[in-house]
Each structure stands twice: as structure tokens, then as C-alpha cells.
Ligand binder design. Sequence first.
Ligand SMILES: Cc1ncc(C[n+]2csc(CCOP(=O)(O)OP(=O)(O)O)c2C)c(N)n1
Ligand SMILES: [Mg+2]
Length: 800
Amino acid sequence: MARSADIGIEDLAILRELERKVLWLASWTIHHANYIRDNADGLKVGGHQASSASLATIMTALYFHSLRPKDRVAVKPHASPIYHAIQYLLGRQTRERLEAFRGYKGAQSYPSRTKDADDVDFSTGSVGLGVAQTLFSSLAQDYVRAHGWGGDEPEGRMIALVGDAELDEGNIFEAILEGWKQGLRNCWWIIDYNRQSLDAVVREGLWARFETLFRDFGWDVVILKYGALLQGAFAEPGGDRLRAWIDNCPNQLYSALVFQGGAAWRKRLTDDIGDAASRLIETRSDEELGRLMTNLAGHDLPSLIAAFNAIDHDRPTCFIAYTIKGFGLPFAGHKDNHAGLMTPAQMEAFRAAMKVRAGHEWDAFEGLSIEPARLAAFLDREAFAQHGVKRKARSILVPDELPVAIQSVMSTQAGFGAILNEIGRDQAEYAARIVTTSPDVTVSTNLGAWVNRRGLFAREAMADTFKSERIPSTFTWEFSPKGQHIELGIAEMNLFILLSALGLCHAVAGERLLPIGTLYDPFIARGLDALNYACYQDARFILVATPSGISLAPEGGAHQSIGTPLIGMAQDGLAAFEPAFVDELAAILSFALAYIQKDGNDQPSERTWLRDETGGSIYLRLSTRPIEQPQRTITPELRQGIVDGAYWMRKPGPNAQVIVAYTGAVAPEAIQAVGLMAEDRRDVGLLAVTSADRLNAGWTAAQRARERGLVHARSHVERLLEELPPHCAIVTVLDGHPATLAWLGAVAGHRVRSLGIEHFGQTGSIPDLYRHYGIDTKAIVTAAQALTPGRPIRHLRALA
Ligand SMILES: Cc1ncc(C[n+]2csc(CCOP(=O)(O)OP(=O)(O)O)c2C)c(N)n1
Ligand SMILES: [Mg+2]
């Protein structure tokens, strides 16, 4: 029950009006999209009204009263119309965008950081991900604070509005476990316990499972079940019977009665508890009885505000708030209501109840009984109280060249470890802003030396017992608030969601971090949706995936990856690289550290047609295969080629019959093949492709530009291939799916044979597997011979 100190009577009256207004605006937005903007015969898309209404009260309490400037909220996807309506009232959303809801450039169906204009904190839509993101954002906030950044304003609370069925998503449980290990604080999850999912009514008694589960992992649990009206009724004669009846009522029956309304409540209650609670039932009209029985705490502003105000600690808190799906709307409680849309007739009735005149549907204060000036003053005050001024983080300067001692034979994974080891020595600011993380593969992805230098992060220092006991070990495992590595448990989903949180610190916490996460390449697939969402909301990070392909041969068949280069190409917002040599990796990494901070306009570069000024995240596919390193200096031109995606390792002559284009760890085979063919085929070239993704993206962009009339637009790959004679053939090869490079033939019309991996699982040595899967030297030469006229390539016979 609200204490008088929780909220003044006047403010409560205003909130009640705003709650009605928010529900109206959200419902009207959906109605408008379905019946007014799109013509009446057009496709109707439901899926919002009932889900939204369920959260209208809770979001009113939060956004118009309880949120503080540093708080950040992940809104349940289907509550997006409520969110947009609230932002509209707060002056951060336009009528045009509401009118265009889920239309072209309109307000989004699911809250979107990047596509919406009304200051969405976290993109949601794929259920479960936004929820976990609040947990990791809270850890990210701790990280920022512990490193002395982020100022002395009060810490923010990271709040998720969670659907009860959303809790079926396994990634949430992975996050809860990780949160417990990391000493989670300042995180609130408010469960919209409407006991309905998309298809139907959920299982009985879920709240009790949730309660024990959260408590087991160190959360406080607050159950918000009865509103003030119900609590009042419990004090009346027979009230305890009513309470017991509610507590024992199956979810399905409760939902059905909510849908049927007052008369049905009367009949059922009279039948069941009429003997003990007759007065309680009889003194109320049907309407009053209906209002009483739907007065769950999730729809009771005083109860919600009291509960939020009561939290005077930073322990993670789970609120289980009983709500009604479709509250206040005609299909409240109906099990099929997820996609329910109000008919025009129902909307007219709702309009009358809301006192909204035709033509005034979008007026903020239409139909409210409090004077507009008071409402406006209240909203102004809340708009500022909530957000203050959001600070934008500045960029951190990154050196153009990263020093590294390159051994004559080395793998890109070892090179990565060596480069980070060097950065670990550097006192420059960018080195201090790097934060690394890995799901229990820190050592096996070569981050060990960096971690030895920079330490592990924890809010409380924790010594390495092996070290204090003087037991020799290669790695120091010391935790402190200054540490720069966040060690995660094995769940890859958590890695991506943490990277998403760290990679949004510049926007969420106003402080720039340079996050680098490592994992085994095949396990990208484990967390793909989380990676996709991280990119979708424009989080910035570097993903280092190693080992990869079948080149990890000694590790065995189960860890081989095939499709990841295609993921790298297809994933929006992620630029993928696969260097073969460590000097290339150093050039790419220094580019990457700057690229993840870019935030410029959308204009592509005229050189590559890539949107480098816009920036994004980076994916590096690395290998454990030690290969001979070229002895060379990296000229500015070579550096540019590496970063743009390809360069000629051996430039083809004017009469070239064939070129080999390779990516990554198969470089030695490609180099050897070209050497062996040189005597029997003219002017053979060797193209080193460091990023099929960037080459391809530049090419498609340049084509679009030409189609728009920019006749001189040329991408990097077009310039590289433009001098090849038309009869020249291309053999492509990589340790990954052959489609990654197969498109090269279409750039200037050359025949192509693409070698790569289409099956996996075989164990063996690297030569065994390259032979088995057809990416060894012999396979390259054989392909070249088959594509090009001329005498047999003599050296082919000598190859095993
Ligand atoms: C990962 C994922 N799977 C499926 C869906 C489709 N979907 C959207 S909402 C929903 C059910 C939501 O139920 P609940 O979380 O209880 O929210 P409510 O609508 O009851 O408020 C489903 C299955 C989705 N958005 N994301
Ligand atoms: Mg639900």
C-alpha cells in the first residue's frame, strides 16, 4: 500500500490521467496503422494491443515518476506502442512517426535504438536478449565506475520489462548465473506476470519457480499481486476467503473471467464463496466487481510506486507484477488476444469512454479532466528528471601502427596474443580503454599475456592463490577493480550480450570502451542472435574468433567451422577480416580500434564505396596454423590494400591465364601453387584477400552508385581485377565455405573455380585434411589446369 510520502495526491491524480492517455495513444497508434493509414482492406497486423496494455500502468509509473537520469530500460518488445506514446507525451516522439507506426520511417514495432528517434536505450524484439542486456549493462557500469570514469552522479539502474513467457528463453538463465558470479548490482527486472504468452495461458504456479530461482541467485524478489482496492476488500468480512479464492484460482479461469467481466465474476464468486463473502459481493455493482477483481498490483499505480520507492539498496531485484493482458481493452484476458485488434466499433466505444473527440485523437491532453497547463508542467519536470542531459563519449586516439615482434613462422592467433601483449605494455590512453572478455577460452585464444599484464576485473580484489603459494604457473589470475579482462563462463550468448553492453557504454554510460571479445570460431553460431542484436543496436566491439576452419586440425573434427566467413559477410554492422599474416593482422587491428569508434555520416568513401566513416563492429577470423611470415615492410599502399580487403601478392602480367585468390591460413598452399604453375601458364597472379566482406560490400555499393548515375564509381575489387584479360580464370581458395569468394568471377566476367570447405568433422593433420577437403596445393593447381587451355602443368604430377 502506498504511503503518503510515496507520491502526492495531486501527482497521483495526474499519473492516473496519464495512464489513461498512454493507453489511448498506444491503442490509437495501432488502430491508425491498421484501419486508417493502410486502407481498410489491407493487411491487419495485431500483436501489440493486448501486450502493450499489460504494461501501461507499470510504464506510466516508471517513466512519469520513478526513473532517474542514469536509469536505462529495456522495454518488452510488444510494449513499443506504449513506449512511443510515453515519449510522445514527453516531447521526444513526433505525431508523424506515430502516424507512420511500423510503416516506412515510422515508429518501430519493437523499440529500436538505431531506427527509432525517441531515445530507445536498448533494442528489443528477439525476446530474452533485452532482458539479459540490462544485466550486462549493469556490469559494464560497474566496470566504468571502478576504473574511475563516469563521474559522481548516482549510478543508474538497469531495468528490464520482462514478459512472463519471455522467461522461457534460456539466455536469461545463462545471464542470471553469470550475474551471480560477477556480483550483479543495480539491476531490476519487472516481470509482466499476465500469465499469457503468444499462443495461450501459461502454466500454473510459474511465479513460485521464478521466486525461488531468483532468490537462489542472490536477487531480492518483490511480489506485486494485489492492488489497493483488493487489499481494502480483504479487510472486509469474508475478505480472507476472497484472497484464498484468488490465490487458488487457475490462470485459465482467472483470464476467462476477466474477459467475461462483472456479471461472470458475480456468478462465480457467489457460487464459490457466496456463503462467507456475500456482503463483499453484493454491495458492489457488476462494474465495481469487475474493477475490483482486475485490480492486480501491476495495474495499481500506488502499489507500484510504493514498491519502486521502497528499494533503497543496490541488490538486483526481481518484481513479479501481476497484470492482465489487454487490461482496459475489450479482449482483456482472452487467451487468443496476443494478435487481437480492436474493431472500429470497439474503438469508437473506447473513444467515447476516453472522451476523445473525432479529429483530436493525437491531442496530448484531449479528454483529460486536469488542466493542460498543470499536465504540461508535470511532463516538463519529469522529462528532465528522467534523463537530465545524456553525455556523448569522445573518441580515443589509436596509433596507426601497432608494434609486434613477428617470428618467422607464426599463426595469426599467436600474432594476436603478441600484439595484445605489446599493447599491454603501452601507457597510452587507448590501451587503458581496451577491455577484453572471453567465455572461458581466454588462455586458449592467446589472451593470457595481456591478462598477465592487465589483470582480471572484479569489484573486489581477489589474489591468485597459486601465485601466493608460489606454485609455478604461466598465467596470473588476479582480480581487481582496475583489471581489464572480464572472464565469463562458457556461455557464448553471454559473451555477445556483454560485448553489446560494453560496446554501448559510450551511449549508455557516456564513457568509451574499446571491447575485444574472443571465442572459438564455430561457437559464433551459439550466440548468433545475440551477435545480430548487438550489431543491430550498433554496439561497437572487436570479435576475435579462433581457431577456425579445418586448420585447427589437431583439435579434432567437432570444432571445425565452415560457414562463419559467410556470417561475416552477411552480418549487417560487422566488418569481417581474415588475415593470413601477422603484419596484416596488426594493420587491421589498428584500423579496427579506430573503426569501432566512428560515428560519421552515411556517405561511402569514393575509393572503396565502403561506409568507413559510419563505422561498426569488427570480426577477425584467425587461425592456429603456424605459417611462414613474409619479410616485408608494410608500405602505406599495402596497408591500405590490407584494410580495403585485398592486394596483389603477385601482380598478374598483361596476358594472365589464371590467378589464384586466397584468404587466410591456406596462404602457403596458394603461394606454392602459383609458383608451380608459373612455368606452364602465362603471367599467373596471386591475390591476397584479407576481407571478402569488405570487397563484396564495396562492389555492390559501387554498382548501385553507377546505377544511380555516378558513372565513375569504382570499388577496390573492380580496380584490382580490371586489367585481367577476359580469358583469365580465377581459382579461389579458403578454409571456409567456397561461396565466400565465388562471386569474384562476376566482378569483371571471369570464369571461376571456388575451392573451400563444404563438409566437416574429419580428424587428421593439416595436410591430411587439406587433401581430404580439396584445398591443398594440388587441388589448386588441378583446378587451374582444368580451367585454362595449354599443356598439362608439369609440377602437378609431383604433388602428393
Ligand atoms: C526469440 C523470439 N522468439 C519468438 C518471438 C515471437 N513472440 C513474440 S511475443 C511472444 C510471446 C510473449 O509472451 P510474453 O513474454 O508473456 O509477453 P506478453 O505478450 O504476454 O506480454 C512470442 C513467442 C520473439 N519475438 N522472439
Ligand atoms: Mg505474458
